[in-house]
Design a protein around this ligand. Sequence first.
Ligand code: PRP
Length: 207
Amino acid sequence: MDVFIVDHPVAAARLAQLRDEATPPPLFRQALHELSRLLVYEATGDLETNEYEVQTPLGPAPAERLAVPPLLAPVLRAGLGMLGAAQELLPESEVGFIGLRRDEETLEPDSYLTTVPDDLAGRSVLVLDPMLATGGSAEHACRIVRDAKADLVSLVCVLAAPEGIEALEATGLVDQVYTASVDSHLNQAAFIVPGLGDAGDRQFGIQ
Ligand code: PRP
């Protein structure tokens, strides 16, 4: 599993806004949207393209288009805040929703929705979730797309904990992780430190 940390001044500025506890929900959602564009842009750099030709006003020019648009798989709730940016970059992509709620006592993901197609053979998938903490949610989400025979599986997240990366790597389910930061550690409640708090609550306000 390859882990890519997107190191870019604009990404760093948006991440700082997300971390800041004084950032209110409207600005949090906007910063998440903008950072997600940068992360998804980086995560799609190796997608296959087909060549074709277009006619400019001055004659023919070589052109490319995506061979197979990747499936976008936002993990609800917090991944919803990344979906719009991903769709702006990949307007042809289909979307499969994965609804998970981490049980804060057992820390196990509780699944309440899946709309991922049964057959993803030959298709890449971008799993969108701002937070990789213990890795339980990402493992559950990535197992769904792997079971559907997805080709390349990429997890796009804002923040990752070292514990989550290690756990996810051990599953063998994920090819690559794109994140803006690998933070210090998880606290006793399995929150990423220093992190940004709860990405779902900070976007939507209620648990
Ligand atoms: C958060 C976060 C991830 C998950 C990460 O979601 O958005 O999905 O926890 O934790 P893990 O790596 O330990 O599984 P949460 O379960 O709080 O649901 P929400 O998005 O609805 O707030």
